[in-house]
Structures are given as structure tokens and as C-alpha cells.
Design a protein around this ligand. Structure first.
Ligand SMILES: Cc1cc2nc3c(=O)[nH]c(=O)nc-3n(C[C@H](O)[C@H](O)[C@H](O)COP(=O)(O)OP(=O)(O)OC[C@H]3O[C@@H](n4cnc5c(N)ncnc54)[C@H](O)[C@@H]3O)c2cc1C
Length: 405
């Protein structure tokens, strides 16, 4: 029998209990994937609380690019393992995620940019990511519509190509993890605003939801752009600044590009969906804000930069533009794991503009940490204490189109 799936039919509704083993704040990809992998480990007395609807944060607003061609020895293995989990995720969740591994080009427009991409390619290869450098003729073969004219202020001189990179249906991933967690007994509570974090004798022991107090052995914050607000509830200041990030899509066009293309110099990335819409995104807005409204200025800037690569798109209509919040860390790397001096409290944040692709491995490793009490090696470098120890990761390739800072 055909099963009609709507977000509301994918998870059950529950009365909030007074106690859980684990409370996760935030029903985005990181909160839900952690809940899913916890349940797979047999930890099912778990509640995921969200002040809005499931996936209503950045997880339902991103441009869904999945890749692993990062720069650092900490970042590359982490994102490589996430891509590997993504490759089997549709089967794992029994849900079609429309994962299209059609490849991704990071363009270089100057000798120094090409030098940087070459270096990144080398590190990628050493750490098991299928990146390679390609020149203008292969770029033209892969993306025939791109403008390769020389003599422009920013001519395309080369590209780092990762063929296993791709694009996935972001809300399907969120719903799939939500449904998978629910089926194993996890409770998902949308429209449940955490207003306080309860501490006793120096440990976190629960959360406040309005006038309800919910106790828990572990409270994990997976609130991305709102992480600083949650941290304030335990008198903590995180090294994060929340910036809006915007994107837009055009009206549907005949297929002209089947890979994503990104340019750090132009601060823009472009791909075409299977419906024919052209998705265009770039760097974060240069100011800090919690506003999720899009702006004309950013639309004009993104459109102008896109036209540098695909001038024939001049005159195409824009259908939608939107914004989401990004919790930018100073070293472009996540902040994951326990917080020194605050037992019972865990962070999964600092996901900035790069966190969707990290969803599977982020949840997998946080669940392992909660279950075993031991920090998995893969996320050890991302602990908050790196900032006091001066051990920053410096993952500047995290957001090549957004490397504006
Ligand atoms: C336009 C745009 C494009 C992007 N493109 C990409 C991309 O192509 N690839 C990529 O890898 N990443 C991309 N990102 C980044 C990525 O979307 C995020 O890093 C990721 O989704 C963060 O997931 P999350 O689960 O940590 O947070 P979110 O999905 O933001 O979820 C956090 C949740 O916490 C909830 N919350 C906050 N405060 C409270 C509270 N007090 N009580 C209860 N709930 C609360 C919010 O309602 C929200 O639902 C993009 C982001 C944007 C905005």
C-alpha cells in the first residue's frame, strides 16, 4: 500500500516527561542525527526539543552541498567520514534522499589561488579524498556553459575537482533522521522552547521549558546560530558570532550544468537542481544578526558574481531568496564535545556555513561520546578548550565561497 509521508506523520507526538537520559536542544540535522545514532546504540530515553518546527533552522535553509575537500588534517578525515556515511544514508534511513554525487569544482582565478588549490589537492589525496587539479580544457568539458574567456579581471585558471562531492535533498535528510530516531523510541518535541538550563552542584542536570523543569543526565546543545543564547544560560561565552547567510534560486531552466561550481575569489557558488532551478549562494553577510530576512543588496551582489561565470543567465528571473543563521567560529571549525568544568553539558556547534555536510558524522561521534564517555579521536581537535590552549584548527577551506574574513 502506498504510504503518504508528510512531516507530521513521520514522528509521533508525546507529552513531555519529567526525566530523560538525554535532552537534545535543537531539531536540526545535528540534534536529530545524534538522537538517531544514540537510539542505534540502545539509548532511547531521549528527547529532542525545538522552539520551532523540525528542520526550521539552517538545516532546512541550506544549499545542501556535500563535499570533503577541506584543508586541514583535522577537517579532512572528519568530512571524509561524513561523506562516506552520506553515501549509504538513504539505505540506512530507508528514505530517498536524492543524493546526487555529480562532483564539485573549486575555481582558481590567480596564480596564488591555483597554488592554494594545488596544496589542498595534495593534502586531500594524502588523506583519502578524491580531489585532483584540472585545467581550463577539462573545466570546459565538465561545465561547458562556463565563461572561460581570458582577459577578464578574474579569468578561470584552474580548478580543484572532487568527483564524489554532490548535492542532497536537505529536508529529506532531516526528516529521515527524525523518522529513524522516532521509530526507535526517541521523542521529538517541536515548538518547545528551552528557556533555561538547570545546574546543581556545578553540573547540568536538566532544562527549563517555560514553567516545566525537565531533568536529564546529559543536555546537549545543537542550536547552531542560537548557540550563544544557550551558552548564556550557563554563564558561558562561546567564541562564535552569528551571521546570516543568504541564497537564491532562479526560475527553472533547461539543464546546462550538472556539477556545483564555487569561486572563492568571486564569493559565489552555483548549481542547478534536478527541477532546473539555478541555486546561487555565497559568503555570510558581513554583519552579525539574528534576522532571517534576505536583502536586496546581497541578491544584487550574488547575481553579479554569478554572471561573471555564467553571463548568459542575465535576464533570468529569480524565484526565491532566503536567509538562515550561521554560528561562525574564528577558525572555521566546529566546537564539539564536553565543556571543561560543566559536567552533563555537551556542545555541537560552530557549524557555520559548513555544518550540513557534517551532520551524519557529527551525530555519530556525539552519540559515541555520550554512550561511552570517551571523546572519539575524530572530534578531539574540535573541543572548546582549543581556544584557551591556542590550538586552533584554521580550516579556511571550510567555506571557500565564504572565505571573507
Ligand atoms: C543559506 C545557507 C546555505 C548553507 N549551505 C550549506 C551547504 O551547502 N553545505 C553545508 O554543509 N552547510 C551549509 N550551510 C550550513 C548548515 O545549514 C548548518 O551548519 C547546519 O544546518 C547546522 O545544523 P544544526 O542542526 O546544528 O542547526 P540548525 O539546523 O540551525 O538547528 C538548530 C535548531 O535549534 C533550535 N533552537 C534554537 N534555540 C532553541 C531553544 N532555546 N530551544 C529549543 N530549540 C532551539 C532552532 O529552532 C533550530 O531548529 C548553509 C546554511 C545556510 C543558512
Amino acid at each position: 500500500m502506498r504510504q503518504l509521508l508528510t512531516p507530521n506523520s513521520m514522528w509521533s507526538t508525546h507529552e513531555l516527561k519529567d526525566r530523560y537520559d538525554v535532552v537534545i536542544i535543537g531539531a536540526g540535522i545535528h540534534g536529530l542525527s545524534t538522537a538517531y545514532y544514540l537510539a542505534k546504540r540502545g539509548i532511547t530515553n531521549v528527547a529532542v526539543l525545538d522552539k520551532g518546527y523540525v528542520g526550521g533552522g539552517a538545516s532546512g535553509r541550506n544549499t545542501a552541498i556535500i563535499r570533503a575537500n577541506y584543508l586541514t588534517r583535522e577537517g579532512i578525515p572528519f568530512f571524509r567520514e561524513s561523506l562516506s556515511l552520506y553515501e549509504d544514508l538513504a539505505q540506512e534511513l530507508d528514505f530517498n534522499l536524492l543524493f546526487d554525487q555529480s562532483g564539485r569544482l573549486d575555481l582558481g582565478h590567480s596564480e596564488s589561488a591555483v597554488y592554494g588549490l594545488r596544496m589542498r589537492t595534495g593534502v586531500n589525496k594524502l588523506l583519502g579524498v578524491d580531489s585532483r587539479m584540472i585545467g581550463p580544457s577539462e573545466i570546459k568539458e565538465l561545465v561547458p556553459a562556463i565563461d572561460l574567456r581570458v582577459g577578464k579581471p578574474l579569468p578561470v585558471m584552474g580548478a580543484l575537482y572532487q568527483s564524489s562531492a554532490g548535492v542532497i535533498r536537505h529536508d529529506a535528510v532531516v526528516w529521515g533522521y527524525g523518522r529513524g530516531a522516532d521509530r526507535q523510541g526517541v521523542e521529538i518535541h517541536p515548538f518547545t522552547d528551552v528557556t533555561g538550563i538547570v545546574r546543581e552542584n556545578g553540573s547540568v542536570v536538566g532544562v527549563d521549558v517555560g514553567d516545566r523543569r525537565i531533568s536529564a543526565d546529559i543536555v546537549m546543545s545543537a542550536t547552531a546560530g542560537w548557540s550563544s543564547n544557550i551558552a548564556r544560560m550557563v554563564d558561558m561565552k562561546l567564541p562564535l558570532i552569528t551571521h546570516p547567510l543568504q541564497a537564491f534560486v532562479t526560475e527553472p531552466l533547461k539543464p546546462f550544468i550538472d556539477r556545483s561550481v564555487s569561486s572563492a575569489n568571486l564569493h559565489v557558488y552555483v548549481y542547478q537542481t534536478d527541477r532546473g532551478e539555478v541555486v546561487v549562494g555565497g559568503g555570510v553577510d558581513p554583519y552579525s544578526s539574528y534576522s532571517q530576512r534576505s536583502t536586496l543588496h546581497t541578491l544584487e551582489e550574488l547575481a553579479a558574481n554569478m554572471l561573471e561565470l555564467f553571463p548568459f543567465l542575465r535576464g533570468v528571473n529569480v524565484m526565491r531568496q532566503w536567509a538562515g543563521l550561521c554560528d561562525m567560529s574564528p577558525d572555521y571549525a566546529p566546537i564539539m564535545g564536553e565543556v571543561d568544568g560543566l559536567p552533563g553539558f555537551l556542545l555541537s556547534c560552530g557549524w557555520g556555513t559548513w555544518g550540513f555536510k557534517a551532520g551524519p558524522i557529527g551525530g555519530y561521534t556525539m552519540a559515541e561520546l555520550i554512550d561511552t564517555g570517551k571523546t572519539p579521536d575524530l572530534i578531539r581537535p574540535f573541543n572548546l578548550r582549543r581556544f584557551s590552549r591556542g590550538e586552533l584548527v584554521n580550516e579556511r577551506a571550510a567555506a571557500p565561497a565564504a572565505a571573507v574574513h
